[in-house]
Design a protein around this ligand. Structure first.
Ligand code: NAD
Length: 388
């Protein structure tokens, strides 16, 4: 159980790039990093607009001298200080992640980077090699994976409760962008611009989340080939898709499907993952993250609840308040930020972190690889492609 006691000797001195006033994702980064006293926010280049960024940083109690105009200035100036930042989170639009992550690693900083890590597998592997050479952590904020019932699902599968895994059915299909909302929304506008968003919209923005959940739950399942069809129902979004269907064949013969969409009118988030085995199935839905549906063939369906003694002990490690009380996305992210801190601390001490998984650089690489393969299939006429 988590009760706020320290995980590491001293909070990690931490800065942010992006995540400024009005951004969608900045606040949850700060809230989650600061929640368990693993990090202290001491610097930032929070905004593309330096003045607004400084004003914002000051309002977060950051020393005005450490509210920088841009990330390059921040990395340079902080490197000169004895109390300079040790880690940085990057919460800027996609097209900047590669260069900022590369600069941060080069400056010797641990990184938490938003997904997608970058645009191509080649770039992703380059960043992975750099992080390994520098002995630094790169955490990727696949935040849903921090929910406790994801750990329960992982353990159930590992312990054979479902039998042999046959089918993985995934979707992240919301309806918020059923019309061209980007015309009046800056956060959505860049998402449909390939120069800033990269080679995909919903595949990368949405599909990679349940994809990572499948990697957590089924670490040995490897994609052999896939077929993807993508569409732009709002025509002005072309060539980027607002809807995509992907079918995957895994190396062991299991099959997977993914529906990525932002035009699922009427749906709130619509992120689900259903794992179907030879004996039983489980299903998790991010709109009810404290529950996991467990269906054994021939028996009544069961709803397992977070924080209960009947769960595997590993699924109780991150419990903060006991069963029955709803925990949510902010807690899930906090759980991941705690693991990032432990991993950073272990690296700095030359230790190996045992029994703690987190979405690291490998998860970043795999997300980029999956999008690249989906796009290759879709743009060649929705054909089967060998997974590369
Ligand atoms: P946004 O457009 O709402 O906000 C971007 C912020 O970054 C703004 O404050 C902007 O001023 C700042 N910025 C832009 N360029 C900058 C630069 N060069 N230097 C410093 N600051 C800069 O975007 P968002 O929706 O918050 O998304 C940001 C990233 O987070 C994206 O990569 C997105 O894919 C990702 N995201 C992830 C999740 C998740 O669940 N993990 C959810 C939403 C967004």
């Amino acid at each position: 159980m988590i009760n706020g006691e320290k995980n590491i000797e001293k909070p990690i001195r931490w800065g942010m790039v992006g995540g400024g006033r009005g951004s969608q994702i900045g606040y949850i980064h700060r809230s989650s990093a600061l929640r368990d006293h693993n990090f202290e926010l001491v610097a930032g280049a929070f905004d593309i607009d330096p003045e607004r960024g400084k004003d914002f940083g000051v309002n977060l109690h950051v020393d005005p001298e450490r509210c920088y105009a841009d990330y390059k200035t921040m990395f340079e100036a902080e490197a000169k200080r004895e109390d300079g930042i040790q880690a940085v989170s990057i919460a800027t639009p996609n097209g900047t992640h590669y260069e900022i992550t590369k600069a941060a690693l080069t400056a010797g900083l641990h990184v938490v980077c938003e997904k997608p890590l970058c645009f191509t597998t080649r770039e992703a592997i380059e960043l992975e090699e750099l992080a390994n050479a520098k002995n630094l952590v790169v955490g990727i904020t696949y935040g849903y994976s921090g929910h406790q019932m994801i750990e329960q699902a992982r353990k159930m599968i590992e312990n054979g409760d479902l039998g042999d895994i046959r089918i993985v059915k995934m979707q992240f299909a919301h309806g918020f962008h059923s019309t061209a909302v980007e015309k009046n929304n800056a956060s959505t506008k860049w998402r449909v611009d390939p120069k800033v968003a990269g080679p995909s919209y919903v595949l990368g923005d949405l599909g990679t989340h349940p994809l990572y959940l499948s990697e957590v739950m089924l670490p040995n399942l490897k994609i052999k080939k896939l077929m993807c069809s993508r569409q732009s129902f709002v025509k002005s979004r072309s060539p980027l898709e607002d809807n995509a269907f992907t079918i995957m064949e895994y190396e062991n013969g299991a099959m997977g499907t993914m529906w990525s969409s932002c035009v699922n009118a009427g749906s709130m988030h619509g992120q689900t993952i259903r794992i179907i085995g030879s004996k039983a199935s489980i299903e998790w839905w991010d709109e009810h993250p404290n529950q996991l549906r467990y269906e054994v063939q021939g028996k009544p369906a069961m709803i397992l609840d977070r924080g209960m003694d009947y769960l595997y002990s590993e699924a109780l490690i991150d419990d903060r308040i006991g069963g029955g009380h709803p925990e949510g996305l902010f807690e899930a992210w906090s759980n991941l930020y705690s693991r990032f801190a432990k991993a950073m601390n272990a690296k700095d001490r030359g230790e190996t972190l045992e029994d703690v998984w987190y979405p690291g650089i490998q998860a970043g690489v795999e997300g980029v690889r999956w999008v690249e393969n989906c796009v290759r299939s879709a743009d060649n006429g929705a054909v089967w492609v060998e997974y590369q």
